[in-house]
Design a protein. Sequence first.
Length: 301
Amino acid sequence: MTEAHSAHAPALGRDFKVQKPDRILTLSCEDRPGIVHAVSGVLYRHGCNILESAQFSDPRDGRFFMRVAFATGERFDEPAFKREFDGVAGTFRMGWDAIDAAAPARILLMVSRFGHCLNDLLFRHATGNLNIEIPAIVSNHRDFEALAKSYGIPFHYLPVTPATKAEQEARLLEIVAETNSSLVVLARYMQVLSNDLCRALDGRAINIHHSFLPSFKGAKPYHQAYDRGVKLIGATAHYVTPDLDEGPIIDQDVGRADHSLAPDDLVSVGRDIEAVVLARALRLHIERRVMLAGRRTVIFR
Protein backbone atom coordinates (compact mmCIF):
# COMPACT_ATOMS: atom_id res chain seq x y z
CA MET A 1 0.00 0.00 0.00
CA THR A 2 1.37 3.42 -0.95
CA GLU A 3 1.60 6.32 1.48
CA ALA A 4 -1.18 8.07 -0.43
CA HIS A 5 -3.47 5.12 -0.03
CA SER A 6 -2.56 4.56 3.62
CA ALA A 7 -3.35 8.17 4.44
CA HIS A 8 -7.00 7.56 3.55
CA ALA A 9 -7.30 4.04 4.97
CA PRO A 10 -8.91 3.48 8.37
CA ALA A 11 -6.35 3.14 11.12
CA LEU A 12 -6.10 -0.46 12.27
CA GLY A 13 -6.46 -0.81 16.02
CA ARG A 14 -8.17 2.58 16.36
CA ASP A 15 -9.98 2.93 19.68
CA PHE A 16 -13.73 3.05 19.19
CA LYS A 17 -15.93 4.18 22.04
CA VAL A 18 -18.66 1.64 22.62
CA GLN A 19 -21.81 3.08 24.13
CA LYS A 20 -22.88 1.13 27.18
CA PRO A 21 -26.43 0.88 28.54
CA ASP A 22 -27.35 2.96 31.58
CA ARG A 23 -30.58 1.10 32.32
CA ILE A 24 -32.03 -2.35 31.70
CA LEU A 25 -35.81 -2.51 31.37
CA THR A 26 -37.71 -5.79 31.74
CA LEU A 27 -41.44 -6.32 31.48
CA SER A 28 -44.10 -8.98 31.06
CA CYS A 29 -47.81 -8.86 30.36
CA GLU A 30 -50.56 -10.40 28.26
CA ASP A 31 -49.58 -10.16 24.60
CA ARG A 32 -51.53 -7.64 22.53
CA PRO A 33 -50.81 -5.19 19.71
CA GLY A 34 -48.99 -1.97 20.47
CA ILE A 35 -46.69 -2.98 23.33
CA VAL A 36 -43.39 -2.48 21.51
CA HIS A 37 -44.62 0.80 20.02
CA ALA A 38 -45.68 2.09 23.44
CA VAL A 39 -42.41 1.09 25.11
CA SER A 40 -40.18 2.52 22.40
CA GLY A 41 -42.28 5.69 22.36
CA VAL A 42 -41.65 6.37 26.04
CA LEU A 43 -37.93 5.79 25.57
CA TYR A 44 -37.84 8.11 22.55
CA ARG A 45 -39.69 10.91 24.33
CA HIS A 46 -37.19 10.77 27.18
CA GLY A 47 -34.18 10.97 24.89
CA CYS A 48 -33.07 7.36 25.35
CA ASN A 49 -31.13 5.28 22.84
CA ILE A 50 -32.05 1.59 22.61
CA LEU A 51 -28.84 -0.46 22.44
CA GLU A 52 -30.30 -3.95 22.78
CA SER A 53 -33.85 -5.25 22.58
CA ALA A 54 -35.34 -8.74 22.78
CA GLN A 55 -38.89 -9.99 23.09
CA PHE A 56 -40.83 -13.25 23.23
CA SER A 57 -44.49 -14.12 23.02
CA ASP A 58 -45.23 -17.43 24.71
CA PRO A 59 -47.69 -19.38 22.54
CA ARG A 60 -48.77 -21.52 25.48
CA ASP A 61 -50.44 -18.81 27.52
CA GLY A 62 -50.13 -15.64 25.46
CA ARG A 63 -47.68 -13.94 27.82
CA PHE A 64 -45.32 -11.34 26.38
CA PHE A 65 -41.78 -10.81 27.70
CA MET A 66 -39.38 -8.02 26.80
CA ARG A 67 -35.90 -6.83 27.75
CA VAL A 68 -34.48 -3.49 26.62
CA ALA A 69 -31.01 -2.13 27.41
CA PHE A 70 -30.78 1.58 26.74
CA ALA A 71 -28.57 4.62 27.18
CA THR A 72 -30.03 7.74 28.74
CA GLY A 73 -29.48 11.19 27.30
CA GLU A 74 -28.53 14.41 29.05
CA ARG A 75 -32.17 15.40 29.52
CA PHE A 76 -33.21 12.09 31.08
CA ASP A 77 -35.46 12.66 34.09
CA GLU A 78 -35.86 9.35 35.91
CA PRO A 79 -38.92 10.28 38.05
CA ALA A 80 -40.68 11.63 34.95
CA PHE A 81 -39.75 8.49 33.01
CA LYS A 82 -41.15 6.26 35.74
CA ARG A 83 -44.39 8.25 35.90
CA GLU A 84 -44.98 7.92 32.17
CA PHE A 85 -44.01 4.27 32.09
CA ASP A 86 -46.34 3.54 34.99
CA GLY A 87 -49.12 4.84 32.75
CA VAL A 88 -48.10 2.47 29.95
CA ALA A 89 -47.85 -0.38 32.44
CA GLY A 90 -51.37 0.36 33.65
CA THR A 91 -52.73 0.32 30.11
CA PHE A 92 -51.20 -3.06 29.33
CA ARG A 93 -51.43 -4.46 32.89
CA MET A 94 -47.72 -5.22 32.83
CA GLY A 95 -45.17 -5.84 35.53
CA TRP A 96 -41.98 -3.94 34.86
CA ASP A 97 -38.68 -2.85 36.32
CA ALA A 98 -35.71 -0.76 35.18
CA ILE A 99 -32.37 -1.15 36.94
CA ASP A 100 -29.11 0.77 36.84
CA ALA A 101 -26.99 -1.34 34.47
CA ALA A 102 -23.71 -0.20 36.02
CA ALA A 103 -24.61 -0.90 39.66
CA PRO A 104 -23.04 -4.17 40.85
CA ALA A 105 -25.45 -6.79 42.15
CA ARG A 106 -24.98 -7.74 45.80
CA ILE A 107 -24.62 -11.52 45.99
CA LEU A 108 -24.47 -13.62 49.16
CA LEU A 109 -22.61 -16.90 48.58
CA MET A 110 -23.27 -20.14 50.45
CA VAL A 111 -20.99 -23.16 50.46
CA SER A 112 -20.35 -26.37 52.37
CA ARG A 113 -17.25 -28.50 51.74
CA PHE A 114 -16.75 -28.41 47.97
CA GLY A 115 -15.13 -25.11 47.07
CA HIS A 116 -14.64 -25.18 43.29
CA CYS A 117 -17.71 -23.05 42.48
CA LEU A 118 -16.99 -20.64 45.33
CA ASN A 119 -13.37 -20.25 44.27
CA ASP A 120 -14.39 -19.66 40.64
CA LEU A 121 -16.90 -16.93 41.55
CA LEU A 122 -14.46 -15.23 43.90
CA PHE A 123 -11.81 -15.13 41.16
CA ARG A 124 -14.28 -13.83 38.56
CA HIS A 125 -15.37 -11.12 40.99
CA ALA A 126 -11.79 -10.15 41.87
CA THR A 127 -10.80 -9.87 38.19
CA GLY A 128 -13.87 -7.84 37.21
CA ASN A 129 -15.38 -10.64 35.15
CA LEU A 130 -18.71 -10.37 36.98
CA ASN A 131 -20.34 -7.08 37.94
CA ILE A 132 -21.09 -8.12 41.51
CA GLU A 133 -20.30 -7.35 45.12
CA ILE A 134 -19.99 -10.19 47.63
CA PRO A 135 -20.84 -8.79 51.08
CA ALA A 136 -20.82 -12.18 52.82
CA ILE A 137 -20.07 -15.87 52.55
CA VAL A 138 -22.17 -18.25 54.66
CA SER A 139 -21.24 -21.85 55.39
CA ASN A 140 -22.20 -24.69 57.67
CA HIS A 141 -18.49 -25.62 57.85
CA ARG A 142 -15.30 -23.63 58.45
CA ASP A 143 -13.36 -25.14 55.53
CA PHE A 144 -13.31 -21.92 53.46
CA GLU A 145 -13.05 -19.32 56.19
CA ALA A 146 -9.41 -18.63 55.29
CA LEU A 147 -10.30 -18.32 51.61
CA ALA A 148 -12.99 -15.75 52.40
CA LYS A 149 -10.51 -13.84 54.58
CA SER A 150 -7.95 -13.77 51.75
CA TYR A 151 -10.52 -11.90 49.63
CA GLY A 152 -11.51 -9.62 52.52
CA ILE A 153 -15.08 -10.95 52.62
CA PRO A 154 -16.92 -11.52 55.92
CA PHE A 155 -17.41 -15.22 56.64
CA HIS A 156 -20.42 -16.42 58.65
CA TYR A 157 -20.19 -19.89 60.16
CA LEU A 158 -23.73 -21.19 60.63
CA PRO A 159 -23.69 -24.85 61.62
CA VAL A 160 -26.99 -26.64 61.26
CA THR A 161 -28.66 -29.71 62.72
CA PRO A 162 -32.28 -30.84 62.45
CA ALA A 163 -32.89 -29.29 65.87
CA THR A 164 -31.33 -25.92 64.94
CA LYS A 165 -32.40 -25.65 61.30
CA ALA A 166 -35.15 -23.06 61.89
CA GLU A 167 -32.86 -20.90 64.00
CA GLN A 168 -30.02 -21.18 61.49
CA GLU A 169 -32.24 -20.22 58.56
CA ALA A 170 -33.66 -17.26 60.49
CA ARG A 171 -30.10 -16.01 61.03
CA LEU A 172 -29.37 -16.51 57.33
CA LEU A 173 -32.32 -14.29 56.40
CA GLU A 174 -31.05 -11.67 58.85
CA ILE A 175 -27.66 -11.68 57.10
CA VAL A 176 -29.37 -11.35 53.70
CA ALA A 177 -31.24 -8.29 54.99
CA GLU A 178 -28.24 -6.80 56.84
CA THR A 179 -26.04 -7.06 53.74
CA ASN A 180 -28.79 -5.86 51.41
CA SER A 181 -28.14 -8.88 49.20
CA SER A 182 -30.38 -9.15 46.16
CA LEU A 183 -29.49 -12.77 45.43
CA VAL A 184 -28.35 -15.87 47.33
CA VAL A 185 -26.15 -18.29 45.39
CA LEU A 186 -25.81 -21.84 46.64
CA ALA A 187 -22.29 -22.57 45.40
CA ARG A 188 -22.45 -26.24 46.40
CA TYR A 189 -24.21 -25.61 49.71
CA MET A 190 -25.16 -29.15 50.61
CA GLN A 191 -28.20 -28.57 52.78
CA VAL A 192 -31.83 -28.78 51.74
CA LEU A 193 -33.53 -25.46 52.43
CA SER A 194 -36.85 -25.51 54.23
CA ASN A 195 -40.03 -24.68 52.35
CA ASP A 196 -40.38 -21.48 54.38
CA LEU A 197 -36.89 -20.32 53.40
CA CYS A 198 -37.47 -21.24 49.75
CA ARG A 199 -40.61 -19.11 49.73
CA ALA A 200 -38.82 -16.23 51.47
CA LEU A 201 -36.13 -16.31 48.76
CA ASP A 202 -38.50 -16.92 45.87
CA GLY A 203 -36.79 -15.81 42.65
CA ARG A 204 -33.76 -14.65 44.68
CA ALA A 205 -31.81 -17.90 45.15
CA ILE A 206 -29.87 -19.91 42.57
CA ASN A 207 -28.56 -23.43 43.09
CA ILE A 208 -26.01 -25.39 41.10
CA HIS A 209 -26.92 -29.06 40.97
CA HIS A 210 -24.23 -31.49 40.01
CA SER A 211 -26.44 -33.37 37.60
CA PHE A 212 -28.17 -32.88 34.28
CA LEU A 213 -31.65 -32.52 35.78
CA PRO A 214 -34.24 -33.96 35.88
CA SER A 215 -32.12 -37.12 35.96
CA PHE A 216 -30.17 -38.21 39.03
CA LYS A 217 -31.61 -35.96 41.71
CA GLY A 218 -30.53 -36.02 45.34
CA ALA A 219 -27.31 -37.47 46.75
CA LYS A 220 -24.31 -38.72 44.74
CA PRO A 221 -25.70 -38.07 41.25
CA TYR A 222 -22.36 -38.90 39.59
CA HIS A 223 -22.40 -42.31 41.23
CA GLN A 224 -25.98 -42.76 40.03
CA ALA A 225 -24.85 -41.78 36.54
CA TYR A 226 -21.94 -44.24 36.71
CA ASP A 227 -24.29 -47.05 37.69
CA ARG A 228 -26.45 -46.25 34.66
CA GLY A 229 -23.48 -46.11 32.27
CA VAL A 230 -24.32 -42.66 30.96
CA LYS A 231 -22.52 -41.16 27.97
CA LEU A 232 -23.15 -37.55 29.01
CA ILE A 233 -22.85 -35.93 32.42
CA GLY A 234 -23.70 -32.37 33.23
CA ALA A 235 -24.74 -29.65 35.64
CA THR A 236 -27.86 -27.56 36.07
CA ALA A 237 -28.27 -24.08 37.53
CA HIS A 238 -31.83 -23.39 38.64
CA TYR A 239 -33.87 -21.18 40.92
CA VAL A 240 -34.54 -22.64 44.35
CA THR A 241 -38.11 -23.72 45.09
CA PRO A 242 -39.75 -25.96 47.70
CA ASP A 243 -39.70 -28.77 45.10
CA LEU A 244 -36.20 -30.20 45.58
CA ASP A 245 -34.00 -29.67 42.50
CA GLU A 246 -37.05 -28.91 40.34
CA GLY A 247 -36.95 -25.09 40.21
CA PRO A 248 -36.98 -23.18 36.90
CA ILE A 249 -33.81 -23.97 34.96
CA ILE A 250 -31.47 -21.12 34.02
CA ASP A 251 -28.56 -22.90 32.38
CA GLN A 252 -27.16 -26.37 31.75
CA ASP A 253 -24.14 -27.95 30.13
CA VAL A 254 -22.75 -31.42 29.54
CA GLY A 255 -19.50 -33.31 29.14
CA ARG A 256 -18.70 -36.64 27.49
CA ALA A 257 -18.39 -39.79 29.57
CA ASP A 258 -17.54 -43.38 28.72
CA HIS A 259 -17.00 -46.77 30.32
CA SER A 260 -13.39 -45.98 31.27
CA LEU A 261 -14.32 -43.24 33.73
CA ALA A 262 -14.70 -44.21 37.38
CA PRO A 263 -17.09 -42.28 39.66
CA ASP A 264 -14.24 -40.05 40.88
CA ASP A 265 -13.37 -39.22 37.27
CA LEU A 266 -16.95 -38.21 36.61
CA VAL A 267 -16.86 -35.99 39.69
CA SER A 268 -13.70 -34.26 38.41
CA VAL A 269 -15.20 -33.62 34.97
CA GLY A 270 -18.44 -32.50 36.56
CA ARG A 271 -16.80 -29.93 38.83
CA ASP A 272 -15.45 -27.99 35.87
CA ILE A 273 -18.89 -27.99 34.25
CA GLU A 274 -20.57 -26.90 37.49
CA ALA A 275 -18.33 -23.85 37.89
CA VAL A 276 -18.92 -22.67 34.32
CA VAL A 277 -22.68 -23.25 34.43
CA LEU A 278 -23.12 -21.44 37.74
CA ALA A 279 -21.09 -18.42 36.60
CA ARG A 280 -23.05 -18.30 33.36
CA ALA A 281 -26.38 -18.49 35.18
CA LEU A 282 -25.33 -15.75 37.59
CA ARG A 283 -24.35 -13.48 34.70
CA LEU A 284 -27.71 -14.09 33.00
CA HIS A 285 -29.52 -13.22 36.22
CA ILE A 286 -27.66 -10.03 37.09
CA GLU A 287 -27.96 -8.78 33.50
CA ARG A 288 -31.73 -9.32 33.72
CA ARG A 289 -31.70 -11.82 30.89
CA VAL A 290 -33.79 -14.35 32.81
CA MET A 291 -37.55 -14.00 33.14
CA LEU A 292 -39.67 -16.46 35.04
CA ALA A 293 -42.55 -18.06 33.16
CA GLY A 294 -44.16 -20.42 35.64
CA ARG A 295 -41.97 -23.51 35.98
CA ARG A 296 -39.90 -22.43 32.98
CA THR A 297 -37.66 -19.49 32.15
CA VAL A 298 -37.36 -17.15 29.21
CA ILE A 299 -33.66 -16.47 28.55
CA PHE A 300 -32.62 -13.48 26.43
CA ARG A 301 -29.04 -14.22 25.29
